[in-house]
Unconditional design. Sequence first.
Length: 130
Amino acid sequence: MAVPYSVDLRKRVLAEYDKGVLKRYEIAKLFQVTVRTIYTWIQTRDLTGKIEAKSGYQKGHGHKIIDTEKFKSFITDNPNSSLKELSAKWGGVSSSTIRDKLRKIGFTVKKNNGDTKNVMNKKGQNTKKK
């Protein structure tokens, strides 16, 4: 994960830009940042009045199921629900998060043990059971 540039560096770069003596590419070379970064900082400052790095913008990722005992009782209370139904009932987590937690606590996915209608013959062609 990339670490954002410090506020101090941002202030120094923008102060140099505001002086109007150096061009953007010269400022970029002097402070070892890209010209695109300087454009972004200028635009952010003009739109918001702030130069700090963005924070708290990540949405929808990283939801976890922390209380394992509560989750186990939830699963035993909803034994025939699909992953999609479980995620809707639990709230705030995806079905893949539910699936991963089920694996961690040792629950297995229900298998389809019904009678198979097609069986492979010796030549690899499908034939129906009688």
